[in-house]
Design a protein around this ligand. Sequence first.
Ligand SMILES: [Mg+2]
Length: 175
Amino acid sequence: MKRYLTAVATIDAVPLQELVALGVRGLIFDLDNTLVAAHSEEVPAATTDFLREARRLGLATVIVSNARRPRAERLGQIMSVPVVARARKPFAGAYRKGLAVLQLPGHQVAAVGDHFLTDGLGALRQGMPLVLVDPISRDEDFLVRAARPVDYVLRRLLLPRRRAGAPGTPGSPRP
Ligand SMILES: [Mg+2]
């Protein structure tokens, strides 16, 4: 598969049908600011709907998060998605653990996250398609926030961005 990278604004804009058409059979999700707001205990309705659609399309799912275990596992239970917590992304072991849960090879699994350095780099090294969403909340841990300028520049350089309803539109301006 040609390297697949894209950026969308929100989780419900992740192009699931397109990923399935590319041969993707599973999804590795980041947790904080991708599926739920950072530090939140609540699952947004958009995430619940999105996960339902992913399952309808036959996609296996796993959350691979650097977050601590009790909260990550609680949220995973609410969403009915297995969790690899304290995963140490972007190191390769984090993604290998996720792939082991899914029992799929990397090229059949897309990564979905909100941060290029933690979620993107490791996924690309595994040859996984990558979808970056905008962070749900601005309430971020210090290190994550400190790396945002780099994240922003890499997105602008590497990722085509598109608006809902305009699939494949490269370089759409940020709102
Ligand atoms: Mg995140």
